[in-house]
Write a protein that binds this ligand. Sequence first.
Ligand code: DON
Length: 318
Amino acid sequence: TAPSRVSTGELPRAEEVQQLVTEAYERYRATADGTVADYIPVLAEASPDLFGISVVGARGRSFEIGDVDTRFSVQSVSKPFVFALVCEAVGYESARHHLGVNSTGFPFDSLMAVELNDHRTMNPLVNAGAIATTSLVPGADAAQKFERISAGLSRFAGRDLSVNEEVYASEAASNLRNQGIAHLLKSYGRLYFDPDEATDVYTRQCSLEVTVHDLAVMAATLSNGGVNPQTHERVIATGVCRRVLAVMATAGLYELSGDWLYEIGMPGKSGVSGGIVTVSPGKGGLATFSPPLDVAGNSVRGQLVTKYLSDRLGLNLF
Ligand code: DON
């Protein structure tokens, strides 16, 4: 295993960061493990060979390699950013009250944690809580809510993002499970908009197209207290940013969030199209893109690269 660097206040020198990013790419390029997601039919068409890495420092410098201009749907990586917009709009205390911010919300000895959560959503980063989060986005109708989401995520990325209509149509035609979740939450008073429309806005949100560079800028904005380091725009308040990172550390990699924090030591978020973002507060954002996933739905190469760069760049918080 490669030597680890202890976390200090800054990223290493520019040449060193670029060299380590290149090394990570060469090291894992030939990794052939994992399977491209196919439960959303059109995602199955992605090439397993696509591979890109981008690091954007908290002061805006970028270091990247590979397929950094390829567009893919943001999927679950949208969730912490939409949660951030909702915290900004309704306040992070109200957001916690409406959505929950725990991994399971159950006592340590509960047998029922997996099946039941007192009829509440657990946190904004699993599908139930994410659809509830989308339902809380301000707006009189679905179109206004979606506009607020796409404008907000575009500010995080520093460019105008748009929906991949093919991905949207493919998921909308096959998302019965998410529709079921939305209706169930509505019946418990834990969804804050019409269930079919909330699911539709959520599905559009997941179909917004990004590049791995966009994801790194979005992560860098979270590393920089909520200010996009390339456009210098404040997207969210510092106090909101801190809470979003706390929830990402707790639940960003779903049931593997503990393993992720143990190995990588940073808040992160994965998505089924193959993206992973990781945030090192004060230092920068790291994003990887590689479609083949492990059984839990996390990009195989993405996890390897993130582990490698977390160690070698000294990003691990602990
Ligand atoms: O709701 C879904 O199933 C997708 N739109 C997003 C899922 C996802 O990205 C989960 N990620 N690991």
